[in-house]
Design a protein around this ligand. Structure first.
Ligand code: MN
Length: 264
């Protein structure tokens, strides 16, 4: 006999308390050193994260410490909503997306070996099918997470952006065909990556440019960027919870995603 949903939630909480289910922090630290994407002229750039001290138990506030901050929607570990991209114009923002879309199983494809050999590695449709042959079909409303190993460079801008002699960032991503496949042949919530954005570093040169943004957001799907601790996730079976701020008309938001991971 299957458990009632009430029993399931009670059991889940008990497992979180006992450590039977581990909670993994998928966010990079958010501070003034957090690397932010840099677009070439004439495009506008995000200002990154800045901190403004209000008081520190001092004359400005003798018994309290607090700060203001300013941050772009796409700074640090962050959420991309469909309306971020022209192909998703008029579709969901972070404020209008259904909250149940903030929770999904993680399907984690390990491409660390390929990315160590080739920083411009692009995941192909064949790679996705090979993942499915080993781990089963990507289920409905899963987060498809590209485990590149880039998370370990999250606090090291030089390695994180890996700018080549051509002036382009050389970081891995998802091919045009595989982006389209994930958007239209699989019913994923979206894709998660460890790099600064969901597209490869040289994706400005692709047709269409930035195909992961283009197809995922066209299909009203989401993105998670600058994740870390992806190495602590199994290929299947972890649950990712990623709740962006409810910014009115927001195109994205810094986020602190967590993963619930069954211990072996
Ligand atoms: Mn973004």
């Amino acid at each position: 006999m299957s458990a009632t949903t009430k029993e399931l939630l009670t059991d889940l909480l008990a497992q979180i308390v006992s450590g039977g289910v581990e909670v993994i922090d998928l966010a990079q630290p958010l501070n003034e050193q957090t690397p932010v994407i840099r677009l070439p002229e004439p495009y506008a750039n995000t200002g990154g994260f800045t901190y403004h001290r209000l008081s520190d138990y001092d004359e400005a506030g003798p018994a309290w410490y607090w700060n203001d901050f300013t941050a772009g929607e796409h700074v640090g570990t962050h959420f991309d909503a469909p309306r971020h991209w022209i192909s998703g114009k008029g579709k969901n923002g972070v404020d209008t997306m259904p909250v149940e879309h903030m929770i999904g199983e993680a399907c984690v494809v390990d491409v660390t070996r390929q990315c160590a050999e080739n920083p411009d590695f692009l995941l192909s449709v064949e790679d996705i099918l090979a993942f499915e042959a080993e781990h089963g079909r990507i289920p409905e409303r899963a987060w498809f997470i590209l485990y590149t190993g880039w998370g370990k460079y999250g606090q090291n801008p030089e390695k994180f952006f890996n700018i080549g002699e051509d002036g382009m960032p050389h970081t891995p991503g998802i091919s045009v065909e595989a982006s389209k496949f994930l958007a239209y042949e699989r019913n994923v919530l979206g894709v998660g990556v460890e790099t600064v954005g969901t597209d490869a570093g040289i994706a400005a040169t692709f047709d269409p440019p930035f195909p992961t943004h283009y197809y995922m957001h066209e299909a009203n799907r989401y993105g998670l960027a600058q994740l870390t601790n992806v190495d602590k996730l199994p290929a299947r079976g972890a649950i990712v919870i990623a709740t962006p701020l409810k910014i009115t008309d927001g195109s994205g938001s810094p986020v602190r995603p967590i993963a619930l991971v069954p211990k072996k």
